[in-house]
Design a protein around this ligand. Structure first.
Ligand code: G3H
Ligand code: ZN
Length: 287
């Protein structure tokens, strides 16, 4: 099954695929194992930073090996790549999809840069899915005290369905990540803002491509369900994975005599798997 087919299946069922980021083999094993238990496809993401740490070629090889060992539908996405040269490396390495992120630029420039990226990346691999991002959805997957000042999440600051239609038509992206009140990261002293479900519906009606919800960590189950019903077909989770990974490591490192990495990392794997399982059940309509 290709990623395009997996998304089409999700669309028919009215559910979403889960996308989870990794920086190491422990998180990768946790995600693949959770998806295997639930018998659902899953997307592994590496941001530019994560991909630099793991290495683009190594990440592609690890996922390829996982697929041939398990026979599962596991896909690999280059997440928020802002550097076209890096995106080209990911395309050559065999990634299934690439998010070319020019969202920090004004609309015209975003369209121009994304259009060029789509052309260049599809020349390398015509089957690659290229995702574009429209509007502000925050920076990285961090634990923040508060919602960042200047976060453009009010209705007037979010992209309109008309912006979305124009962006998709002019750039030729296969997938669209619109800002709909979602923000990367989690907030220690604040709840995630509510998602603008009506805007999701209107953008979904305006464009022909599947929608992707970023900044999933901290979003309530209820908001997830509504966003998926309104047309989101992929949901991204990263901060929750990072928090779980850290908790697992902390637990394992309590024993000062434990020095075997292969006995320490499984604790992180266990905690990450719990998060992924819970999220995948919800996204797949299994709860
Ligand atoms: O692309 C990555 C995601 O959008 C992660 O967002 O850290 O808020 O879950 P999150
Ligand atoms: Zn994201």
């Amino acid at each position: 099954m290709t990623l395009k087919e997996a998304i089409a299946q999700a669309d028919e069922k009215g559910i979403a695929l889960g996308h989870f980021n990794i920086s190491d083999i422990a998180a990768l094993r946790a995600i693949v194992s959770a998806a295997g238990d639930l018998e659902v496809p899953v997307i592994i993401g590496t941001s530019e930073g994560e991909a630099e740490f793991v290495d683009i070629e190594v990440a592609a090889k690890m996922v390829e090996d996982m697929v041939s060992e398990t026979g599962q539908a596991v896909f690999l996405n280059a997440d928020h790549f802002r550097d076209l040269e890096k995106a080209k490396e990911a395309a050559r390495a065999g990634y299934d999809s690439i998010i070319f992120d020019a969202a920090k630029f004004p609309l015209e420039e975003n369209i121009e840069k994304t259009k060029e990226a789509v052309q260049v990346l599809k020349e390398i691999n015509p089957h690659l899915l290229v995702e574009g991002e429209l509007g502000y959805i925050g920076e990285s997957s961090k634990l923040l005290d508060e919602i960042p000042e200047g976060a453009k999440i009010d209705e007037g600051a979010l992209p309109t369905p008309e912006d979305a239609r124009r962006y998709v038509e002019e750039t030729g992206v296969d997938l669209l990540a619109p800002a709909v009140g979602n923000l990367h990261g989690m907030f220690k002293k604040a709840q995630n803002p509510d998602l603008q479900i009506d805007l999701v519906k209107r953008i979904n009606d305006a464009v022909e491509v599947p929608l992707v919800l970023h900044g999933g960590s901290g979003v309530t189950d209820d908001d997830f369900k509504k966003a998926i019903d309104a047309g989101m077909r992929i949901v991204h989770i990263n901060t929750e994975i990072r928090v779980a990974w850290r908790e697992g490591m902390k637990e394992a490192l309590k024993d000062p005599n434990q020095i075997a990495p292969y006995k320490i990392f499984p604790e992180a794997e266990k905690k990450v798997k719990e998060v992924v399982e819970r999220r995948l059940k919800l996204f797949s309509g299994l709860v």
